[in-house]
Ligand binder design. Structure first.
Ligand code: 5GP
Ligand code: 5GP
Length: 230
């Protein structure tokens, strides 16, 4: 009986321990970031409504959605540390830039803090082993500046004018200007047309530079997609 009990204990330890360890390491580590920017026109012209932030209508430019730690196998960690809540006092020097570059479009209208808090808690807490809260937001702001997505597209004659452009020409113009292949996510406007919604670029673990994406997300755009105005 004792032997049976002891071996049962041993077996349960062998089963439980690895999952405990992998849970803790997977929540603290990651391979690269997706840096995701959203086109406000495509957030606002769907069947769901959008709301401008308290500070007014954002610029007709891509806005930051988030900086998301990811694994090379396509999975990702989330909500890694509830002991580090979002604290806007740690980013008070960034708030003016945040309002401009990371505007919220969700309803009801807000300052943006709820969006930033969500992004920090879901994604930012998973890169704490590399960058702290201030660096997390600063890194995203720097990346937005550095990439100038709208500039890359307009330089190639791709403008937010409600016309359709080939997905290939959109990808190529970003690659040409920024140097790395983006991944384009589409959604549908109120009439069901496929349109340019978000652009994903990949960033190394330290947050310091763009890289070619180790893996792309799933999903599909049409071959021709709309670029709505905002
Ligand atoms: P959706 O299901 O709309 O594509 O994504 C919903 C949310 O899940 C995203 O806003 C983001 O927070 C998270 N998410 C979706 N895909 C990925 C991904 O590939 N990597 C990471 N890190 N987060 C993702
Ligand atoms: P994710 O899809 O990143 O997990 O979650 C996005 C969350 O942030 C949602 O709860 C959404 O309502 C909120 N949110 C606030 N403002 C925005 C915005 O401008 N764009 C997007 N995509 N989500 C926003």
């Amino acid at each position: 009986m004792k032997i049976l009990l002891a071996s049962l204990c041993l077996i349960s330890l062998l089963v439980i321990l690895p999952s405990v360890f992998s849970a803790s390491s997977s929540s603290e580590d990651f391979d690269f970031f997706y840096f995701v920017q959203q086109w406000p026109g495509s957030y606002c012209d769907t069947q769901k409504k959008c709301c401008y932030p308290n500070s007014g209508k954002p610029a007709a430019d891509f806005g930051i959605h988030g900086l998301w730690p990811n694994y090379k196998d396509g999975t990702y960690p989330s909500n890694c540390d509830d002991s580090k809540p979002f604290d806007s006092s740690t980013i008070s020097d960034l708030l003016t830039s945040m309002k401009k570059s990371w505007p919220t479009l969700a309803c009801p209208s807000g300052s943006g803090e709820a969006f930033w808090e969500h992004e920090w808690e879901k994604h930012g807490t998973c890169s704490e082993s590399v960058i702290d809260q201030h660096e997390y937001f600063q890194t995203a702001l720097n990346l937005k500046q550095k990439t100038n997505l709208l500039g890359a597209l307009t330089k190639a004659g791709i403008n937010p004018d409600g016309k359709s452009y080939s997905l290939e020409s959109i990808r190529d113009s970003i690659k040409e200007s920024i140097g790395f292949t983006p991944w384009v996510e589409c959604n549908r406007d109120g009439s069901g047309n496929s349109q340019l919604y978000q652009v994903y670029l990949c960033v190394d673990r330290s947050g310091s530079g763009l890289i070619e994406c180790p893996v792309f997300p799933h999903g599909k755009c049409g071959a021709e997609i709309e670029f709505p105005s905002f």
